[in-house]
Design a protein around this ligand. Structure first.
Ligand code: ADP
Ligand code: MG
Length: 315
C-alpha cells in the first residue's frame, strides 16, 4: 500500500513514475540506447542459427595489387599542420605499419582515410576510385573497416551483439529494420556471421558475456571482430596494442598474422615500434605530419632520423 499521506489518486502516477525512473537510472546508467538495442536483439541471442546460410562475400583484389593510394594528403587544424603532403600506398594482402611519435599525425591521417575528417588537400583512392569527400558510412560500405584508438564498444551489450552491429552493414535491409526484427531470416544470418567472426578472433567462450566485463586485450579483439563482420577488403587499426599487457599484445599479433594469412590487407597505426617490428611487411614513419621514412622494418628501424624522432619525441 502507498502511505495514506499521499492522498488523492493522481499521486499514484507520481509514485509509479518515480519508481520507473529509479529503475531506469539503475539499469541504464550509460543511457537508453544500449537498453533499446539489447531489447531489439535479445530474443535471438541464445538461439544463433549457426547453420544459417553464409552472407555473400565481397570479391577480394589480387595480392600485391594497389589497394589504397594516399596522394599529397593535407590536414590543418587552425595554424597547426597535422598532415602535410603525405603520400603512401597499401597493397592488397600486406600489413602496412604507419608509425611515429605521439602527435605525428597518425590518427589524423587515419581519420582522413575513414572520412571522419575532411582533407584540406590531396587525394585518397581506394580500388581505383576516389573516396576523399565521401561520408564515413559510404567509405565503410566500399570495404574499409576500422577500430578506434579508444575502445568503443557498448559495454552492457554482449560480445555477440557488439559484433553483430558491424555485420548489419552487410544486411540488405539496413540497420534500423534489421534491429527492429523486420527481417528475421536476415537477422539470423547476421548473428551467425557475427558468431563466426567472434570465433575467428578466439572469443567464442565469451560470446554472451557483457563486452564491458572483458579485459582490455579481449575488448580490442571484439572490436576487430566487429570490423571483420563487415567483410572488409581493408582493415584499419588505430593503436590496437596501446595499454595491452605483453601476453595480450602477443595474442593480438598472432591474430593479425593469421588475418594476413587469409589475405586480409591491414593498415596498422601504431606508436609502439617494438610491436610492429616482427609483424608488418612495410613501414611508413610520420613525424610532424610528414613522411620521415618508408621501407622494410629493419631498414626503417636502423634509420638515424627515425631513431632521433623516437628518442626526441614527446613520450
Ligand atoms: P598521433 O595520432 O600521431 O599521435 P594526431 O593525429 O592525433 O597524432 O595529432 C596530430 C596533431 O594534430 C597533434 O599536434 C594534435 O594535437 C593535433 N590535433 C589532432 N586532432 C586535432 C583536433 N581535432 N583539433 C586540433 N588539433 C588536433
Ligand atoms: Mg593517435
Amino acid at each position: 500500500m502507498v502511505p495514506s499521506g499521499l492522498g488523492a489518486s493522481g499521486n499514484y502516477e507520481i509514485v509509479v513514475f518515480g519508481v520507473l525512473m529509479m529503475l531506469l537510472l539503475h539499469r541504464a546508467s550509460s543511457g537508453l540506447a544500449p537498453v533499446l538495442a539489447r531489447w531489439a536483439i535479445r530474443p535471438h541471442r541464445r538461439h544463433i542459427a549457426l547453420e544459417a546460410p553464409a552472407l555473400a562475400r565481397r570479391s577480394q583484389p589480387a595480392a600485391g595489387a594497389p589497394l589504397l593510394e594516399v596522394r599529397n594528403a593535407a590536414k590543418r587544424f587552425g595554424g597547426l599542420v597535422a598532415v602535410h603532403e603525405l603520400s603512401f600506398e597499401i597493397r592488397a594482402g600486406e600489413i602496412l605499419g604507419l608509425i611515429g611519435p605521439n602527435g605525428a599525425g597518425k590518427s589524423t591521417m587515419f581519420n582522413l582515410i575513414t572520412g571522419v575528417l575532411p582533407a584540406d588537400g590531396g587525394e585518397i583512392v581506394f580500388q581505383g576510385e576516389r573516396i576523399d569527400g565521401l561520408v564515413p558510412s559510404a567509405i565503410a560500405r566500399r570495404g574499409i573497416a576500422r577500430t578506434f584508438q579508444h575502445v568503443n564498444l557498448v559495454g552492457t551489450m554482449s560480445v555477440l551483439e557488439n559484433v553483430a552491429l558491424g555485420a548489419h552493414l552487410r544486411g540488405r535491409r539496413g540497420t534500423l529494420r534489421a534491429m527492429l526484427r523486420a527481417e528475421r531470416a536476415e537477422e539470423a544470418q547476421l548473428l551467425a556471421e557475427a558468431a563466426r567472426q567472434v570465433e575467428r578472433v578466439g572469443l567464442t567462450a565469451q560470446l554472451h558475456d557483457a563486452a564491458g566485463s572483458l579485459p582490455l586485450g579481449q575488448q580490442r579483439l571484439v572490436e576487430i571482430a566487429r570490423a571483420l563482420s563487415a567483410d572488409p577488403t581493408l582493415l584499419l587499426l588505430d593503436e590496437p596494442a596501446a595499454g595491452l599487457r605483453y601476453a595480450e599484445k602477443q595474442a593480438l599479433a598472432a591474430l593479425l598474422r593469421r588475418l594476413r594469412g587469409e589475405a586480409m590487407s591491414i593498415l596498422l597505426v601504431e606508436h609502439d615500434m617494438e610491436f610492429v617490428m616482427g609483424l608488418v611487411d612495410r613501414l611508413v614513419v610520420m613525424d610532424f605530419g610528414e613522411k620521415l621514412a618508408e621501407g622494410l622494418p629493419a631498414a626503417v628501424q636502423a634509420n638515424p632520423a627515425v631513431m632521433e624522432a623516437y628518442l626526441g619525441g614527446v613520450e
